[in-house]
Design a protein around this ligand. Structure first.
Ligand code: HEC
Length: 156
């Protein structure tokens, strides 16, 4: 019995070291994943939205958004839905005009289509048309003026 005690001790130390290394590797991997920019293939970036913004398109998009997106992205796209805090990374703030100005419609379409953990993919859940409607709605979050009647919005 006593002869294999040193061995168990060695084994334990080895296992502990291996566990620590594994934890470090996982943390580094996780941090890497968190900070990775969302790469969108070129052929998607240049896609044009086949739909034009109109009140009827936006209102059906709002319906889909309330069912599928608002729990994370919040009612007005601020990223403050009731589920938002349980996710890492946090849901993006879709009202941030500066950030949204840097993405094309095609990129937003791709992001909705593919998803990225924790955001699900909507490729099967929504039709292509519905996804393009959502692109228009997402755009309207960072351009509140586009949502209102143009005549309310006269230049001085
Ligand atoms: C489970 C929560 C969740 C749901 C549901 C969800 N999203 Fe997201 N969404 C996220 C998270 C988290 C990110 C950030 C992902 C990242 O940066 O890796 C994100 C990112 C995005 C982005 C990219 C914004 C950017 O510039 O980074 C868009 C656009 C978007 N979501 C739209 C939608 C739409 C539209 C829906 C509904 C069809 C939806 N999301 C449903 C969690 C969610």
């Amino acid at each position: 019995m006593s002869t294999n005690r040193p061995l168990t001790l060695k084994l334990r130390k080895f296992l502990l070291a291996a566990l620590l290394v594994l934890i470090c590797v996982l943390i580094v991997h996780w941090l890497n994943e968190q900070n990775k920019p969302w790469i969108v293939p070129e052929e998607y970036k240049s896609l044009k939205n086949p739909l034009l913004p109109s009140e009827s398109v936006l209102s059906s998009a709002r319906q889909i958004y309330a069912d599928e997106c608002a729990q994370c992205h919040g009612e007005h796209g601020k990223g403050d839905g009731p589920e938002a805090r349980t996710h890492s990374p946090l849901p993006a703030d879709l009202t941030d005009a500066k950030r949204m100005a840097t993405v094309t419609d095609g990129e937003i379409f791709y992001q909705i289509t593919q998803g990225r953990r924790p955001m699900p993919s909507f490729k099967r859940r929504l039709t292509q048309d519905q996804r393009w409607q959502l692109v228009l709605l997402v755009r309207s979050f960072s351009q509140p003026a586009a949502q209102t009647n143009p005549s309310d919005n006269k230049q001085p």
